[in-house]
Design a protein around this ligand. Structure first.
Ligand SMILES: *[C@@H]1O[C@H](CO)[C@@H](O)[C@H](O)[C@H]1NC(C)=O
Ligand SMILES: *[C@@H]1O[C@H](CO)[C@@H](O)[C@H](O)[C@H]1NC(C)=O
Ligand SMILES: *[C@@H]1O[C@H](CO)[C@@H](O)[C@H](O)[C@H]1NC(C)=O
Ligand SMILES: *[C@@H]1O[C@H](CO)[C@@H](O)[C@H](O)[C@H]1NC(C)=O
Ligand SMILES: *[C@@H]1O[C@H](CO)[C@@H](O)[C@H](O)[C@H]1NC(C)=O
Ligand SMILES: *[C@@H]1O[C@H](CO)[C@@H](O)[C@H](O)[C@H]1NC(C)=O
Length: 234
């Protein structure tokens, strides 16, 4: 994760949040920097505050943190970046894949690319300034409404539902899995790999990249065996 300016530097300054997409990102936040990105803390009465208390989370700065399991590390489940002079938001995957709610209201955001929310499979509620569209558009959400100057995107649509009209066909030998609003991924099954999962047999990447360490191998594996696509607007 990389940040260009902090809230407490240069008061009226435009804040730019750039979170680098990290393919080797684990399911836990490496650091909780994003929680301190904006001044103040999650307010009790706010959407993220209510979500946090109802889900037995702990508030730290602008984050709601929760531990599923005593052996697991805490993960960010809610992020309240409301009223924080944000103009750009990119690649939130580096923050936490466990994130369920994001509040970006009251920010001078012009536009957010759909890719910013890529990989956030648990994300089920986003609050945006009214003029910013829900990632993936209305068809990627169960409910979209405009309320009190905000746009609310609720209930992420799972594009992998094979019985529904909007089902997605992954290539043979692969399985469809959600990959954030309007995204899905096709992962090769069993010992298939390569482009369109057409190759079978032992995965050669392990032999080639083995000595370079687990992180490199994990990143190569992910790039080799999965294909990610975006659902086209209807
Ligand atoms: C928010 O809730 C917590 C726990 O219920 C309480 O300790 C705290 O005083 C509250 N803060 C405000 C500003 O109401
Ligand atoms: C803790 O997490 C592990 C792995 O996610 C799971 O197998 C285990 O059942 C969990 N334990 C509890 C008590 O939830
Ligand atoms: C937004 O933040 C500013 C300065 O931090 C504060 O004065 C203002 O009351 C906040 N607005 C809302 C709606 O919380
Ligand atoms: C918003 O982003 C989309 C896609 O990235 C682009 O086509 C569009 O022109 C942008 N709109 C504005 C107002 O920047
Ligand atoms: C998406 O839904 C909102 C709220 O219902 C509506 O105002 C808007 O016109 C819709 N946009 C499109 C492109 O259908
Ligand atoms: C799949 O889509 C159908 C039709 O839209 C719906 O009735 C069904 O509940 C969906 N199944 C799941 C698992 O989401």
């Amino acid at each position: 994760m990389k940040m260009k300016a902090g809230c407490n530097q240069l008061k009226p300054a435009v804040l730019v949040l750039i979170v680098k997409l990290c393919f080797c990102a684990s399911y836990q936040p490496k650091d909780l920097q994003v929680c301190e990105l904006c001044s103040g803390a999650v307010l009790n009465g706010s959407a993220v505050g209510q979500f946090c208390s109802s889900s037995a989370g702990r508030i730290e700065g602008r984050c709601c943190l929760r531990r599923d399991n005593t052996s697991d590390p805490e993960r960010i489940t809610g992020l309240d970046l409301s009223n924080c002079s944000l103009t750009h938001v990119e690649g939130l995957l580096g923050t936490s894949r466990a994130i369920m709610m994001i509040d970006l209201s009251l920010n001078p955001i012009v536009n957010i690319s759909d890719a910013a929310f890529q990989g956030l499979i648990e994300l089920d509620f986003i609050i945006l300034p009214e003029h910013v569209h829900c990632p993936g558009g209305n068809t990627s959400w169960a409910k979209v409404e405009v309320k009190g100057g905000n746009r609310l995107c609720e209930g992420q649509i799972n594009w992998c539902n094979q019985t529904g009209q909007l089902s997605i066909n992954c290539p043979e030998n692969s399985l469809c899995a959600p990959y954030g609003p309007s995204f899905f991924e096709c992962s090769c099954v069993d010992d298939f790999h390569g482009y369109k999962c057409l190759r079978r047999g032992e995965f050669p990447g392990l032999l080639v990249f083995g000595p370079l360490g687990a992180v490199t191998v994990a990143a190569s594996l992910l790039l080799w065996v999965t294909q990610r696509r975006k659902v086209k607007p209807l």
